[in-house]
Design a protein around this ligand. Structure first.
Ligand code: SF4
Length: 430
């Protein structure tokens, strides 16, 4: 299929319309607006107060895919932000300096509240300090303790519930003028769990051979509604049902995963990928995989806004505040390195992958710390080879197409070699 002939599926059309409508709501001036981050976002709680959910990382991604983030990052660097700062932050700060225009062409409003749910990345805190300085609006922080021993404790959960009751909910009541109704929260959480079941079904559909979906390049689209403003809504349930129907049809027809240019003709390699994708050259990056017949069967970035497939978490309407605490404690950025290693190693085995590819992000310390050690550990556990490439999130200066392509080609050759040798010992990293 030529690049022009690729037709959007019904689920893609639906998601585009949903995201567009959320931007229209945020910029309409008719709704109270919160800024909050994807990991640990409390969408169901915000909905209890009719507060619209604006996510700065998503805005940075939107600007990167429209090739606008480079100039925004340059603007932020001119105002003194170092080259090493997370480029989601600099794209956001630069966007504000350039008029704070949303993807629908209308200006973002000053948020009515900054809700910081702190889940493992220190940058979140510094980022919101900058936003607070700029907007001077009410701010509330939910402190989520780091699950350093791998398992969240009852104390941690109680501590989060206490903050929700004593800090977060009173601020949201005050900002919105709406009294908190726990039954309303229960109803949204019930809907979250339904959508989450279909989401996990989608993630696990890549156990099929060929995999009907790509769980990195395709996965970041599929996660859109649940990671943003739609968890807890009927629309998210409908979206994931529609997606499931489409994937079931793909499985029945024996189709390989989609690429930017239509269905992949064949599946040659199955990979697990750790780390965020590069967004400024997203499609070119994706093509480097799809043109080699490489499909990503599982990835850690599709767990950044919630881990649902590792230990079976679903939002639980019978324990509304406790389940919000459990959700925040369990997001990927709040998990310790041994847990991340276990998660990725299990993915390699369960999805019968050829190995682990790490896309190390220059400006994301939260993901990058310990990645080489993780790779060696996972190679030891699984006997499958790992490889390491480096790009950036939304800074176009740090995507070197030739380097990335070379690394990937060597990695695919290494996998071929191992297949021919029928070996099981981990080869040296690419
Ligand atoms: S997790 Fe990485 S990309 Fe996200 S805010 Fe932290 S440093 Fe930036």
């Amino acid at each position: 299929m030529s690049r022009q002939e690729v037709v959007k599926s019904l689920s893609q059309v639906k998601q585009k319309e949903m995201i567009g409508r959320n931007y229209d709501l945020i910029t309409s001036g008719t709704a109270k607006v919160s800024s909050t981050f994807v990991p640990g976002n409390l969408n169901e709680l915000l909905m209890c107060f009719d507060i619209a959910n604006n996510l700065p990382e998503i805005n940075a991604i939107q600007n990167a895919m429209r090739k606008k983030s480079g100039e925004m990052i340059a603007e932020a660097e001119r105002s003194g932000h170092s080259e090493d700062v997370c480029t989601y932050v600099k794209a956001d700060i630069g966007m504000m300096a350039k008029g704070n225009i949303a993807p629908n062409g209308k200006p973002f409003p000053v948020p009515d509240v900054l809700l910081l749910s702190y889940t493992g990345c220190f940058t979140f805190m510094k980022w919101f300090e900058l936003l607070r300085e700029q907007y001077k609006c009410p701010t509330v922080m939910l402190h989520v303790p780091y699950a350093a021993d791998g398992q969240p404790t009852k104390n941690m959960r109680d501590y989060i519930v206490k903050q929700l009751k004593e800090d977060v909910i009173p601020v949201l009541e005050k900002v919105s003028g709406i009294k908190f109704d726990i039954d309303r929260l229960r109803e949204y959480l019930r809907k979250s769990a339904i959508a989450e079941n279909d989401l996990v079904w989608m993630l696990e559909s890549s156990k099929h051979k060929p995999s009907p979906v790509d769980c990195y390049f395709g996965g970041v689209y599929y996660m859109g509604p649940i990671f943003t403003a739609f968890r807890g809504t009927d629309e998210a349930i409908e979206y994931y049902k529609l997606l499931r129907d489409e994937i079931e049809e793909r499985i029945a027809k024996g189709l390989c995963a989609q690429s930017p240019d239509g269905d992949m003709p064949e599946e040659n390699y199955r990979l697990v990928v750790e780390g965020p994708p590069n967004w400024t050259s997203f499609r070119d990056f994706w093509r480097m995989f799809s043109e080699a017949g490489a499909v990503v069967v599982a990835s850690s970035y599709t767990k950044v806004g919630g881990v649902y497939d590792y230990d079976g978490f679903r939002h639980d309407p019978d324990h509304p505040l406790e389940t919000l605490a459990d959700y925040c404690l369990g997001v990927y950025t709040n998990r310790n390195l041994p847990t991340r290693v276990d998660m990725l190693a299990r993915n390699i085995v369960d999805y019968d992958a050829d190995g682990l590819l790490i896309n190390s992000i220059k400006s994301c310390n939260s993901f990058s710390a310990g990645q080489l050690v993780m790779m060696r550990e996972i190679e030891k556990i699984t006997g499958k080879p790992g490889a390491f490439i480096e790009t950036d999130l939304v800074d176009p200066r740090y995507f070197s197409a030739a380097n990335v392509k070379n690394r990937l080609e060597s990695y695919f050759q290494m996998i071929d070699q191992k297949r021919r040798a029928g070996g099981s010992a981990a080869a040296a990293g690419a």
